[in-house]
Design a protein around this ligand. Structure first.
Ligand SMILES: [Zn+2]
Length: 442
């Protein structure tokens, strides 16, 4: 079978043009295969794109001929060659520059009707796709995927990386969509940190990336940033909060583990209007360590005292912390530390286990003491359906941090590169990465 493809274009003025695009013969194809194959499809798309671009350039160029003020003709000054990278191929376009009309005095002499659209040398859609694939896969893999499915020009991993950087910058500069309804309750921020491998020239092994999620009752938004490289982490987080309809007044609930730097980021973004809650899971894990160590100690055959002196406080520890009885839990912990210390000192047989139990109790005690202001009645929050743990932020650690930049992958990162990927990946996972927010407004 022979196929001939003809393109007919009608310009805005009604002028029709027909052009034969290509003809292909499908006779010698194997009988098991019907229709076009990928290579033929790519070739047709590429030729079609070239033809459409040529016609568009001619149409826009013709439209720019007449001066909109006085109606006189503006003459072509010269032709320039410009390269445009599109999804369907890279094209060298000959575009005219026209002389400005004499009725417009005091302006620059030349008029380039294509200056704006050809400024970045790439179509917004291709750049967005490169950024999205670069945020989801390695830059080399992203380049390979693009080349496999599209008739685009040969892709370089560095180009994908640079275009992703540009998109990340555009996301950071974009104004958040105006949220017309202020959220009924102030948003909750789940925030956590991911550690990724750092490039050797930065003189350290790991790099911190802050990731998390902001939730209101009906919306959520992920975020990611590398505090070292972000131009202004506070401004970025503030934009995210504004996009979810935060009124700027009521305190934002922040749930994080005990690391002080994380809530401080949100504190900076909200001028201190936060209510920090220590993540229950991190407390629970430390309580579990205490329980295991104490049980191990009292279950020894040669345990020299009645088991109740340690078992009674340890059995109520979790209950007290869950119900916000911090003082009681603290006192019990101190008793246990006192008893364990005595055992470690005088009873040689159980010394090692007593020391281990003491270390665990001490660990929990200092963790609670340094986060005293962030402990709440977790039971009450839980029964009211309010979040008590950062489990959702930990999902983000995997989604934004580890899946693309985790330690298992061999890539090492610069703070800037990690920041760009974290920002773009958060937007890609939220579905916020659209052509509209990567286009520069004309
Ligand atoms: Zn004029």
């Amino acid at each position: 079978m022979d196929v001939r493809i003809i393109v007919e274009t009608t310009s805005g003025t009604g002028e029709k043009r027909t052009e034969e695009l290509c003809s292909l013969s499908l006779t010698d194809q194997c009988h098991s295969e019907l229709g076009l194959n990928l290579e033929q499809g790519k070739a047709i798309l590429s030729q079609l794109q070239g033809s459409i671009l040529r016609h568009q350039i001619e149409e826009i160029s013709a439209a720019s001929r007449t001066c909109p003020c006085c109606g006189r003709s503006r003459f072509v000054h010269d032709y320039r060659t410009r390269v445009l990278d599109t999804l369907f191929g890279r094209f060298r376009l000959k575009v005219p520059r026209r002389r400005k009309c004499s009725c417009r005095k005091g302006q620059s002499e030349l008029l380039s009707p294509f200056a704006q659209v050809l400024r970045d040398r790439v179509t917004p859609e291709l750049r967005m796709l490169q950024a999205e694939l670069g945020a989801r896969h390695s830059f080399r893999e992203a380049a390979r995927i693009l080349e496999t499915f599209l008739p685009c020009a040969k892709q370089q991993n560095t180009t994908v990386r640079n275009r992703l950087g540009k998109v990340a910058k555009d996301i950071a500069n974009a104004q958040p969509p105006i949220c017309d309804t202020l959220s009924a309750n102030p948003p909750t921020v789940f925030i956590d940190g991911a550690h990724i491998r750092c490039r050797p020239e930065y003189q350290k092994r790991h790099l911190d990336v802050v990731v998390g999620k902001i939730e209101t009752h009906d919306m959520c938004r992920r975020f990611g940033l590398a505090p070292q490289a972000a131009p202004s982490p506070a401004a970025q987080l503030r934009r995210d909060l504004d996009a979810l309809g935060w009124d700027g007044q009521r305190p934002v609930t922040v749930i994080s583990d005990g690391e002080a730097a994380l809530p401080n980021l949100i504190r900076g973004a909200t001028n201190g209007k936060i209510k920090h809650i220590l993540d229950w899971w991190h407390i629970s894990m430390r309580v579990q360590h205490v329980e295991t160590a104490i049980k191990g100690l009292v279950q020894r055959k040669d345990f020299p005292a009645t088991t109740a002196i340690l078992m009674t406080p340890v059995e109520t520890l979790r209950w007290n912390l869950w119900h916000g009885k911090i003082q009681v839990a603290g006192t019990h912990l101190q008793w246990m530390m006192f008893d364990c210390a005595r055992l470690a000192k005088y009873r040689l047989a159980v010394r090692d286990q007593a020391q281990r139990a003491l270390a665990r109790c001490h660990d929990l005690h200092s963790y609670l003491a340094s986060n005293m202001g962030s402990l709440v009645n977790y039971g009450e929050r839980y029964r009211s359906g309010l979040p008590i743990s950062t489990s959702r932020a930990e999902g983000c650690v995997d989604d934004i941090g580890n899946a693309r930049m985790g330690k298992r992958r061999r890539m090492r990162w610069s703070p800037r590169g990690a920041h760009n990927v974290a920002v773009t990946r958060a937007a890609a996972l939220d579905g916020r990465l659209t052509v509209s927010n990567t286009t520069i407004a004309a």
